[in-house]
Design a protein around this ligand. Structure first.
Ligand SMILES: [Zn+2]
Length: 252
């Protein structure tokens, strides 16, 4: 668990290098963002919180993919939010999301899985530092990045990773355009000192800018069929995703 800014902690799970963010608010209450991944990861997080007298008072899921919708009874029964579009996708695709948990991180209490409420507001209402939502449809519909303006921390969900290429939502009408719009929204977020990707490593302001440029470059090259020399393509599963992106670009 790393304290990347006062009262903002990031844990990194072994599986998929997945991050969980804890934002400490008033009286030991905390906002828990994308707690993940395995049952033992969540148990360790609950233990860490209780040792410090912290307890979740609100939850946020950045987007409607199974590894961002997990919860544990040990965190308590608190309101968990997502963007309205993400909440609608969860409601419509629950069986598939549950299958994802069963296959890849079995053993979770599925009665607590994906219990997110739609938050129409642009700020999470909780007793803690301001948490501003930036909704877009890159990577998944209703993706909601969260900026903590006081700390200058952008919790980006599955965007701006140092280890994953942009992963397009291939069910979208125009995946490249949709991804670019989401990426440019995040690029325009003011006052970012730290970026927290859903999978990968925390980056500083310069690294934030570098990743925005890398992702722009990736999208442009992939869409036009140019050579893509992206070091993130060292992983085989990402080369497979890249081939799917390429195939989609050729079709349109
Ligand atoms: Zn995702």
């Amino acid at each position: 668990m790393d304290e990347i800014a006062p009262g903002v902690f990031v844990a990194t799970a072994e599986q998929y290098t997945t991050t969980t963010t804890v934002v400490v608010g008033a009286d030991g209450g905390c906002l828990l963002i994308d707690p993940a991944v395995t049952v033992s990861d969540l148990a360790a997080l609950a233990h860490w919180l209780s040792e410090r007298g912290l307890r979740p008072v609100a939850g946020w899921s950045t987007h409607p993919h199974w590894d961002h919708l997990l919860w544990s009874a040990a965190f308590g029964a608190v309101l968990r939010y997502a963007t309205p579009r993400a909440a609608a996708v969860v409601a419509g695709e629950l069986p598939g999301l549950v299958s994802g948990v069963r296959e890849s991180a079995p053993g979770h209490d599925l009665t607590l899985f994906a219990r997110v409420e739609a938050l129409p507001d642009r700020e999470i209402d909780w007793a803690g530092p301001r948490a501003v939502v930036y909704p877009h449809d890159a990577h998944a519909p209703g993706h909601g990045a969260v900026l903590l303006p006081d700390a200058g921390v952008l919790i980006a969900g599955d965007m701006l990773s140092d280890i994953e290429i942009p992963l397009l939502d291939l069910d979208a009408a125009d995946p490249f355009d949709g991804y670019r719009r989401g990426l440019e929204l995040l690029a325009s977020v003011p006052g970012v000192h730290w970026v927290v990707p859903g999978h990968g490593h925390v980056g500083d302001r310069a690294e934030f800018r570098r990743r925005v440029d890398a992702d722009r470059g990736y999208l442009d090259a992939t869409e036009t069929g140019a050579d893509v020399a992206d070091p993130r393509l060292s992983q085989e599963w990402l080369r497979t995703e890249h081939a799917r992106h390429r195939a989609r670009a050729r079709r349109s």
